[in-house]
Every structure is written in C-alpha cells, then in structure tokens.
Design a protein around this ligand. Structure first.
Ligand code: SF4
Length: 213
C-alpha cells in the first residue's frame, strides 16, 4: 500500500513543475553552513506552540515554477548551498526533490532541510526522494518547553543529522553547540524580515508586527 503523506502535504507527483513558497532570501548565514539561499515553503499542519512563522501554516499561496526558482537560486551570488525550511518542506517533498535536481544539473550546491517530522516518520516515496538529495537534515518539531540556544535548532529534541559527508566538518561538539543568532533585513517602507532560530522563546511576542523570519 502506498504510504500516506503527512497531514496537509501536497505531493505533486513525479512531474512536479511548481512549488508553493512563503518566502525566499538570497543570502543567509544563520540557517546552515556558510552563505545560503533559503526557501520557506508554504504550508504546515503541525501548529507547534511558539512557532516563529505561523504565517506559513496556511497551505494557500501562489505557485512558483521550478524553472523560475532554480534560476533564482543559481543567480544568488556566492552561495554554497540551499536551505529548505517552512512551513513544512516534506509537504512538498517531490517538488523540492525535482528542484534540487534542476539546480544540481547546473551547479553542485549543498542542501540543508528542516522538517517538523522525525526522520523515522518519513517513509513516503516522496520523502525518500527528497532525503536522498539532502546533505544535512534538521528534524523534529519545535517544543517550546525544551527551548534551547543550539546550532540551527530551537529546542533540544531537534537533531542535526548529516545524511552525506558534505557538512560533517560543520557538526558541533558539545562545547560548540550554540546558536548563531538572527539576521534582520529592514525594508524602505518600515517593514522588516528576519531569518534564523531565535535564542529565546516567544520572540514573535517581543517584536512589532511585521513580516516573519
Ligand atoms: S513544524 Fe516548524 S513551521 Fe511547522 S508549526 Fe512547527 S515550528 Fe512552525
């Protein structure tokens, strides 16, 4: 029997041509090793209390073509890799796997992927397809009661799981497992965006209304 997708998932099938994105950033240093292009996918059904980007939960949003997103990634200056976050990347796993293939057919970029699921839960063929293309998986839901200031993780239940050797040298020892803070970008109209894993819980409550992450 075909394994079920996680609730709220959006499997595009093998012919995936589009992706539903919440946000993208062309130069980020706080969501994975080095300088990265970051894609926040639209849609997550987990509703973790304390999530810093609840605006991404809705599955509704505009579609972007994989061709356009791949071209955008490849034009991001100086990036070493891509980070996939959300929202829930496993909800659009097939489309993201196709996107990675498009990008890597032109340049060898590393792939970091965040997911609210544990690796052991990801058994659908679409998940397997994406995981086969991921170098570093950061898994598990954010649990506010276990909030911790850790490298690329917001709570101590979340794991850094190298799936290839690409980022093994970046894995922290116990002494070096500390967060790398946030990046803010301020817009001319007074709005702002931020990226990264907050070092303290309830960040959103402390910030004025604005664009998340
Ligand atoms: S899995 Fe991530 S995006 Fe989804 S609700 Fe939890 S913290 Fe937010």
């Amino acid at each position: 029997m075909r394994p079920k997708n996680p609730p709220g998932s959006r499997s595009n099938g093998a012919e995936a041509a589009t992706l539903r994105l919440f946000r993208r950033e062309s130069a980020c240093r706080v969501l994975g090793p080095g300088l990265r292009a970051v894609l926040w996918v639209q849609g997550c059904s987990r509703a973790c209390p304390g999530c810093v980007v609840p605006e991404s939960w809705s599955p509704r949003g505009p579609d972007s073509s994989l061709e356009e997103v791949a071209d955008w990634i490849l034009e991001c200056p100086g990036v070493e890799g891509i980070t996939l976050t959300g929202g829930e990347p496993m909800g659009q796993a097939r489309a993201l796997a196709c996107l990675v293939d498009r990008v890597r057919s032109r340049r060898d970029l590393g792939v970091v992927c965040f997911t609210g699921y544990r690796l052991e839960e990801l058994r659908h063929e679409d998940h397997t397809a994406l995981l086969a293309r991921v170098d570093l998986l950061i898994d598990g839901p954010y649990v506010v009661e276990q909030h911790s200031d850790l490298l690329w993780r917001g709570s101590s239940n979340q794991r850094l799981l190298p799936l290839t050797p690409r980022y093994l040298a970046c894995m922290p020892g116990p002494e070096g497992d500390r967060g790398v803070g946030l990046e803010f970008r301020f817009e001319p109209d007074g709005g702002y965006a931020f990226a990264g894993v907050p070092p303290w819980p309830d960040l959103r409550r402390a910030l004025p209304e604005g664009r998340p992450r």
